[in-house]
Write a protein that binds this ligand. Sequence first.
Ligand code: UDP
Length: 327
Amino acid sequence: MKEPNMSTYLITGGAGFIGSHLAESLLADGHKVIVLDDLSTGSADNIEHYRHDPNYELVIDTIMNADLMSELMDRCDYVFHMAAVVGVRRVLESPIRTIQSIVQGTDIVLELAAKKDKTVFIASTSEIYGKSTALPFSEEGDVVLGGTCRGRWSYACAKAIDEFLALAYHRECNLKVVVGRHFNTVGPRQSARYGMVLPQFISQAVAGEPVTVYGDGRQQRCFCHVNDVVWAIKRLIVNPQSYGKVFNIGSREEISILDLALLVKERTHSDSEIVFVPYDAAYDDNFEDMRRRIPDLHRLHDLVGEKPLVPLRQIIDQMAEHHLSHA
Ligand code: UDP
């Protein structure tokens, strides 16, 4: 028997970085959580501490298994679709897998959810804004992507198809679906393995290895603690006013990548040197980066409210501590 306020959440990609924090938070709220993850980039370590919670269930399989997805969806009230390829480097290495899993996987989720009348959150990305310079990026703004010869943009383009599909299922089939565009999300358990800048800098600084700043280091990003992201997306999925809409999710505190490297060195008391690595050596010779990326958060704040975000220094301290205790 379920408690009156207890819901069942299916989280695809729930053993991944954001998904595992989300699962933990929903369990703490007293909900049931079913995680579907193929453990390709998610990790059993991420879920180790609540693995034995009776309200938790892990299913190791892929979102492309439509029969399984159908069964799991019958058992849940809400679906967080978080499964996707992680990191720019993996996108460049495995473009076919990236595009197929994003487009086909999301279509499976949306079609089943529409058929079974479930509520869905689709995790999208700030990559969608591409090279736009219309800062801060607002949800209705233009998408400015580079040519198809540049592999990086396949990820944004596939995610844009996901968004079009989600909005179309809402309009044509009344699907209760909300799209969240995640900006740079960081925090404990984020692996350095996939090349994302902050875990990479922390692991380099702690090991006393060179901290690798790509390009001139003057490109800027806003980093948001994963718990602040989880706070927002849990509120979005249960708010009917979010359905059929897209929301930016992130922080507006901007920092250059070079300043980030300096801050990481300071917080970890590291004497690592900072080295500048040209983009073509870091990725490929066709690579395009974006200089700045700031979210307009008015739409999010108007709907779910606003709370103080974890400051970047504290995020770095937490990540360094986690890194050291799991080395
Ligand atoms: N970056 C860097 N050194 C690294 C990894 C990344 O300078 O070791 C840069 C990267 O080129 C980009 C920024 O840091 O300009 C953020 O990269 P990340 O892959 O974390 O996220 P993105 O914002 O590109 O999706």
